[in-house]
Design a protein around this ligand. Structure first.
Ligand SMILES: Nc1ncnc2c1ncn2[C@@H]1O[C@H](COP(=O)(O)OP(=O)(O)O)[C@@H](O)[C@H]1O
Ligand SMILES: C[C@@](O)(CCOP(=O)(O)O)CC(=O)O
Length: 288
C-alpha cells in the first residue's frame, strides 16, 4: 500500500495567517509517498530515499528524537517505513506537512495528529495551513479555527523557481523573525496590509499589482534573500506576476505566466535558477 500527499504553495497570506488572517493556498503535483512494511525486530525503521536511514529501538523508551516523538503521537508498532519525496526540503513547499499527512494517513491517524507531528518540525507556533491544504487538495482559503474552504480560481501555468537558498532556522526561525518585527517594528501594519491584499486576491484573482505588493510586504518583514528578490525583479521586468512563497529566508518563488509560451520564455530569463512547471493537485492525501 502506498500513501501519497502533495506539496503546497501559499498564493497569498503566509505569516499573516499565523496571526489569524485568511490565506490563499494550493496543493501542487509534487508528492511525498510512503510505503509501510511489517518489521521482524522491535523497532521502527525509516528509509528516506536511498541515502538516509533512521532506526528507533522500541525496547528502550527514553529517546526524544523526532522519530520517537512521531511514533508516540501515532502509537506506532514495529514497522519499516519507506519515504520517497519529490518535495524539496526546507524550501517553503511544505515537505514536512506532506510527510506528516502521508504518514498519519498510513497509520489511520487524525488530522490533529498530523498537526502535532508538523509542530515537531515547525515548533508549536504554526497555523496548521500546510497540513490542512496537503490533506485536502485543490485551491483553498485557510484561516485558523475555521474549516478549510475550496475556491475556484484559474491557475494554468504555475512556475516554481528555486532560489537555491535554504532557511537555516526552519519555519520556526522565520516565524520568530516576523514576531520580532511585530513586537519591535512595523510588522503589525505590514501583516494587516498582507491580509487586505489576500482578501482582494481571493475576490479578484491573481491581479499582478496585488501579487507584487504582497511580495514587497514580505520583503519588508525581512524574510527575502537577495536571490529571492533577484528572481522577483526578473519576473517583474517581464511583467509576469510573481512572489516568494512559504516561510521565506530561502526556498521557492512562484510565478504565474499567462500561457505556455510565456512560461518557456520566463524559464529562459531565469536560467541561473532551477525552475519547475507545476499544476494544482485536486485530490489531496490519498492511497494509491
Ligand atoms: N523527504 C524528507 N527527507 C528528510 N527530511 C524530511 C523530508 N520531508 C520532510 N522532512 C523533515 O521536514 C523538515 C523540513 O520542514 P520545514 O522546515 O517545515 O520546511 P518546509 O518548508 O519544506 O515544510 C526537515 O528538516 C525534515 O526534518
Ligand atoms: C510562515 C507560514 O505561514 C507558512 C510556512 O510554510 P513552510 O513551512 O515554509 O512550507 C507558517 C504557518 O502558516 O504555519
Amino acid at each position: 500500500m502506498f500513501i501519497r500527499a502533495p506539496a503546497k504553495i501559499i498564493i497569498s497570506g503566509e505569516h499573516s495567517v499565523v496571526y489569524g488572517h485568511k490565506a490563499l493556498c494550493a496543493a501542487i503535483n509534487k508528492y511525498t509517498t510512503i510505503k509501510i512494511h511489517p518489521n521482524q525486530t522491535n523497532s521502527i525503521e525509516i528509509k528516506w530515499g536511498n541515502d538516509w536511514h533512521e532506526v528507533l529501538d522500541l525496547n528502550s523508551n527514553n529517546s526524544n528524537s523526532q522519530l520517537a516523538q512521531v511514533a508516540r503521537i501515532l502509537n506506532m508498532r514495529p514497522q519499516i517505513i519507506e519515504v520517497e519525496s519529490e518535495v524539496p526540503i526546507s524550501s517553503g513547499l511544505g515537505s514536512s506537512a506532506s510527510y506528516a499527512v502521508a504518514l498519519t494517513k498510513a497509520m489511520n491517524g487524525s488530522i490533529d495528529q498530523a498537526i502535532d507531528i508538523e509542530n515537531i518540525f515547525h515548533g508549536k507556533r504554526g497555523s496548521g495551513l500546510d497540513v490542512q491544504v496537503t490533506n485536502h487538495g485543490g485551491i483553498c482559503v485557510f484561516q485558523i479555527g475555521k474549516p478549510i474552504q475550496q475556491v475556484n480560481l484559474p491557475i494554468q501555468n504555475l512556475l516554481l523557481i528555486d532560489s537555491g537558498d535554504r532557511k537555516q532556522k526552519g519555519t520556526e526561525g522565520s516565524i520568530a523573525k516576523v514576531r520580532n518585527c511585530v513586537e519591535h517594528k512595523d510588522g503589525r501594519q505590514i501583516l494587516n496590509r498582507i491580509s487586505e491584499v489576500t482578501e482582494q486576491i481571493i475576490k479578484e484573482g491573481l491581479v499582478k499589482e496585488l501579487i507584487y505588493e504582497n511580495h514587497d510586504l514580505l520583503n519588508r518583514l525581512g524574510i527575502c534573500t537577495d536571490r529571492i528578490n533577484d528572481i522577483i525583479r526578473i519576473c517583474k521586468n517581464e511583467n509576469i506576476p510573481a512572489k516568494m512563497t512559504g516561510a521565506g529566508d530561502g526556498g521557492f518563488c512562484i510565478a504565474f505566466p499567462k500561457d505556455e509560451q510565456e512560461s518557456e520564455y520566463l524559464k529562459l530569463k531565469l536560467q541561473d535558477y532551477n525552475t519547475f512547471k507545476a499544476t494544482i493537485d485536486l485530490e489531496g492525501c490519498k492511497i494509491i
